[in-house]
Structure formats: structure tokens, C-alpha cells
Write a protein that binds this ligand. Sequence first.
Ligand code: SF4
Length: 237
Amino acid sequence: MKLYDGIISDTEALLAQYEPRIFPYDRDRIWKDRGVSELILLRDAAFELGGRGHTSVGYLCATTAPLFDRDEVYVYGPDLPEITGDTDFAKIVYLVTDDLREDSDSEAAFRTIRNMNFVRYHVFPAGYMARVSSESNEEQVRVSKKVVRAGIRFSYVGATYIRKYRELPEVKHVRVIFITEPSLVAALRPNASKVDDITKTLTHILDGLPTDCGHCSMKAVCDEVEGMRELHLGKKK
Ligand code: SF4
């Protein structure tokens, strides 16, 4: 699958200007998943990531390219124990997947891509209340004072997400990237918009958009995103 490869390249070019802290996935350090959403009241919050007027960005890119060969968490900027107040925030997820064969079985490929995107709504780390907007590709998080005192870290929360993504049979490896460096978060926003364009185009195709490129409002996306046109024309076949 190449749909997101251009966005991954653009993201990597931005990230290359900063030094991350890298944490291999540790099954012994997975932060508890409550299984259901949790309400954290303002008075119980230590701080918000990407909330209350701060910039927030959240997007997922899947690829069949062998970008990396293990599960890992990257942190750019202060980690949760180092944050003292509300801050800008981005969470990006890269998935290395099996070949989804979207040119021969697009319906199955669509389902898989949709399932990958659904994971972000079904992880509920304790004391870490995420509000995810699929419309704007934003992700805001309220972190409770209690879990900050208990030593929550991005590497533990990232492990909770990795475990969930790895339940999907097509997913081979996961990288969860947390960013609290404000200049970097702002620079990533255009990439989130491009992911949004891909998601909307996929949805239109799945809804039965006619394969008439000459009169299609999605043409700009298909001209830019490698693999999108093949995906739609493959669906027609
Ligand atoms: S392949 Fe053509 S018809 Fe299909 S979404 Fe892209 S531009 Fe539109």
C-alpha cells in the first residue's frame, strides 16, 4: 500500500530536524487500558495536551514499505512527567502492514484501512482521556493528576496503543510518535489535512463514487496520492 507513503516522507523530513527519545515496545510496561472511556474533570486534570487553545494533530499512516522492523515509541519534546502545563500535542502512528492487495480486492483493503483507523477510538489508557476528531485529524488529551503522580509516560501509553494495533492480523509493526515540541506540532498540520483528504476520498469511493476521473471532485487527491487511482479503478473491476 502506497497511499500514505508521500505523507510519511513529508513527516520524516520534518521530524529529522529534531532528536527523538526512542523506546522499544515493552510488554511489561503497558499502561492499563480501562476498556471504556473515562471522564476526567477539569479539577482532576494535571494538564491538557493539545486542548484549551493549544494546537493538536493526530493522524495514522499505513505502508507496506519495510520502514522499521520492530514495535516502538518515539517522543519528541517533553515526556509526560516533564510537562507542567497545557501544551501543543501531536500523535502520529505508522503501521507497517502486509500487502492489502487493494488492486484486486479493494473492498477488503477498505475494511482493513477503516479498522486501522478505528483503533484510535478504542484505546482508553487510564487517566488519559483522549478526544479524537476524525473530521479535523486532531487529538486532544486530558491527563489526570493521579496518573502523573503514578508515573505515567508516553512510552507506557504508546505500548497500550501498540498492543491494540497488533491485534489486527495485517499489522506487522507499529511506531507511535508523541510530539510536544510546539514548532513541530504546528508544522505537521498540513500532513494531517492530507490524511483527511485520503480518508474522505476512500469513503466516497466506498460509497460508490463513479469512476469518471474527468468529472471527479477527488481528482486533485488522486493526482497527488500514489495508489489512490489504482484503488478506485481496481474496485470497479
Ligand atoms: S480514480 Fe478518478 S474517479 Fe476515482 S476518485 Fe480518483 S479521480 Fe475520482
